[in-house]
Design a protein. Sequence first.
Length: 405
Amino acid sequence: MLSSTPTRMTRLTRLAAAAVVIGVACAATPQQANAATAAPDPVWQQRASATHDAMQDALYTGSAGHGLYRENTDTTAGNPYSFLWEYREATQATLDLQGIPGVGPAYSHAAAARVDGFERYHAVAPGGRPGYESYLPAPLGTGGDVYYDDNAVVGLSFVSQYQATEDPAALDHAQAAFDVAVRSWNTDTTLPCAGGSDWIDRPDNTVRAANVTGLTAQLAAHLYEETHDASYLRWSTKLYDWNNRCLKQSAGLYRNSISDDGTIDPTLWTYNSGAMIGTATILYRATDDPKYLQQASAAARASLAYWSADGRLQQQPAVFDAFWFKDLLLLDSVQHDPAYRAAAEQWATATWRDNRDPATGLFHFQPSGGGDPDWDRPAATLDQAAMIQVFAVLGWSQDRLGEVS
């Protein structure tokens, strides 16, 4: 692990640099320039807070339940606590609430507690391989596999906490999570399209996935920006380039995975689009290489055109859409385009109207996590957390969007 006192760009320096780029990008019209600096609509903060309250009332286990979450509102079946993925998304939701002007400090204690709770999922497997497991290890659970995408997004949450607090321990944890996630890189040079990130830390894994590769690239880009350690830049570009070479279908769209026998799973997900937009944006910001801004912008425009057509966006899991929207808004922080916020607001408004039960404040989706409401399906932590994240980041000021992670 690297030193916890890195040389880093301060928040003020980063935000000032972003403001310069925004000013240049918005030169086209006064209306766009005003949009880049206007205060966010308070409705988003209100919706984020209300949805968080509903999640806490219905799904949070409280101090008696070790500060964890249930998977959904059905308490008659399944595990007593959620898997790591649900816990991570609820944690990120609280971190995103922490970024809202004015009300953010009210969530700082909860955000710190949620981040500390990640350690309940951490274990060291026989042979000395550490990682965040998919389910709670003893004494609270029976443990689970180490999924590399889970570890990458846990690392991104530690980055969020570091950016909010500059607590060196959060950066240390982000680096440790990266050390787990980057173990995913497949070194078998005989495989079709050699390289890429394995999905799961298990000898029988045969899948190299766009999500793990892109999210680990994004984490590495953040860590390079924070520490200036060139090894993170090498890893970020290596992972980013592999996704573009082996799983890119077209600008901004990435096929799900490739098997060791060369079979491609062509399924497209919004969060794979988002991770690559986010990575390119951070690489541009950290290196000043214009090719990354060009690639991020091309991916954003193309993915926006694709996902906005034919109802595709509404059919994606809400949690995947949350990743994508947040990465679009991250790009917006360095090259303003009102289409990004407009798309996020349109989706968020429709989902609030159509999928929320006003009696409980909880959101309901199909078993896929997206689509029209299924009112008989138990409300899920994953879905509530996704909605909080989008509402919260829409409530951030424009000059704070550079802190999206």
